[in-house]
Every structure is written in structure tokens, then in C-alpha cells.
Design a protein around this ligand. Sequence first.
Ligand code: B12
Length: 214
Amino acid sequence: MTRLESMKEALIELEEERTLELTREALAEGTQSLVLLQACEQAMRVVGERYERHEYYLSGLILAGEIFREVLELVQPGLEAELHGEESGRVLLGTVAGDIHDIGKNIVATALRSFGFTVDDLGVDVPPARFLELVIATRPDVVGLSGLVTASYQSMKDTVRLLRGAEADAAMHVPVVIGGGLIDEEVRRFVGADSWTTDAMEGVRICQRLTRVD
Ligand code: B12
């Protein structure tokens, strides 16, 4: 088993110290931050499946989230060094109402900032009206909505409807990108968003495409 695989395994088994130790070792031997993050995302998926099968309880999800946060602290400096870009557009980002998952959203924020975007991060459990308020105040080029629980899709839909609705300035048609582990084309259609992704780097490319002035 490679060090990366061992690290992934340790996270799946919720072994905090071992995960962090292996992360430090992998970084020391030159493993890219992005590669480490991808391994962590796969591990989190397995943790989620174990929770679904009742092999892990809520405490398992909480611990996994905690360990991931600590891993993120270790890889963050490398991540910022690996990614860079010219000054880009402005993105308004947040996890929608009814959802408190923020690990993925925070990774996207870091990736976007590293690529030169200005990111206004509204945090978690953000109601549609708050997004509208900030769209009017900050005039972003893209709105990014994050959501991991199924219930978040309705909040995303409500947010898009409000942004496209009568209260919003018709001239201000801001593209909306949605992201989160379980999102797919069907969800995008339900929500009425312009684009979707389950990957932070693809999210950056989508935002670059949407803000490109040709
Ligand atoms: C860790 C975790 C938690 C932690 C979250 C900690 C935190 N600070 O975020 C805690 C313990 C708080 C938690 C709580 C709950 N959780 Co939870 N959780 C997870 C778990 C295991 C991992 C999530 C994660 O961080 N993944 C890693 C990140 C990096 O991946 P990501 O979020 O997908 O983000 C990437 C991309 O999607 C993308 N991206 C994300 N957002 C955006 C936004 C934009 C704009 C763009 C461009 C890209 C983008 O970029 C990221 C990097 O590539 C998932 C399992 C899974 N499969 O996702 C369950 C999971 C999401 N949770 C689940 C559940 C059920 C819950 C609870 C309801 C449990 C409970 N009984 O209370 C609560 C929800 C409370 C709420 N209202 O939100 C279910 C959801 C099922 C469903 N269909 O609704 C899952 C799928 C587990 C499962 N399989 O059952 N959870």
C-alpha cells in the first residue's frame, strides 16, 4: 500500500493521529496538495457510505469532518502555492439554507482565491434572501451554491428563483453554479442553475469560463 493509500485508509478508519502523520509524510516526500485532497474526498465518500449503512454513527461523521479540517490546514499552504492565476472575477459563495456542510465550499473558496478570484463567502445555512441582498450589494460575476444534503436542492431552487425573480434587477442575470458531492445534471435541471460540478478545480474552470470576456 502506498503512503497515500494508507492515509486514505486511516481517514476511513477515523484514525486522527495516523491520518495527520501520513499527510505530513506524504507532503514531505513531495505529494501534491491537490492529490492529497482528492484522496481525502474519496475517503469521506466511504465514511458517508458507512454512516448510511449504520456502521458509523453521527459521531463518526463529526470526527471525519474534524480530521479533514486538520488535513486541510496542513495542505493549505501547498495548495495556494500549487494554484495561481491572474486577477479574475468576483464570486459570491455560500452553503444554502438547511445545510451546514462547509468543507467542500471552503476548498472551492481557497481554489478560486488562488486563481485570482475575489470570493465573498457567506458561510453556511444561507437563506435565499441573503444571497439576493449580496448580489445587489457586490454585483458578483458568478454565484456559487454549495449543498450536500438532499434538502439543500430545494433551497438552491428557491435561491435561483429569487435571483431570477421580479425583485432582482432584470439586467443582472448572474450565472449560478452549484456544487456538492451528490449533485448531478438532474439536480442542476431541478434547481435551474447554469452549471454544476462535484469537483473544486472544475468549479474554478467553470467560473473562468463564465467570467471570460472574449
Ligand atoms: C463530514 C460530513 C458531515 C459533517 C460536516 C462537517 C463540515 N464542517 O462540513 C457533519 C458531521 C457536520 C455532517 C452533518 C450531517 N450530515 Co453529513 N456528511 C459528511 C460527509 C461524510 C463528508 C462531506 C465532506 O466534507 N466531503 C468532502 C468535501 C471536500 O467534498 P464535497 O463537499 O463534495 O466538496 C467538493 C465538491 O463537491 C465541490 N464543491 C462543493 N461545494 C461546491 C460549491 C461550488 C460553487 C462549486 C463550484 C464546487 C463545490 O468542491 C469540493 C472539493 O472538490 C458526507 C459524505 C459524502 N459523500 O459527501 C456526509 C453526508 C453529506 N451527510 C449526510 C447527512 C445525512 C448529514 C446529517 C443530516 C446527519 C444528521 N443526522 O444530523 C447532518 C446534516 C446537517 C445539515 N442540516 O446540514 C448525508 C446526506 C444524505 C442526503 N442525501 O441528504 C451524507 C451524504 C452521508 C451519507 N451518505 O448518508 N456531515
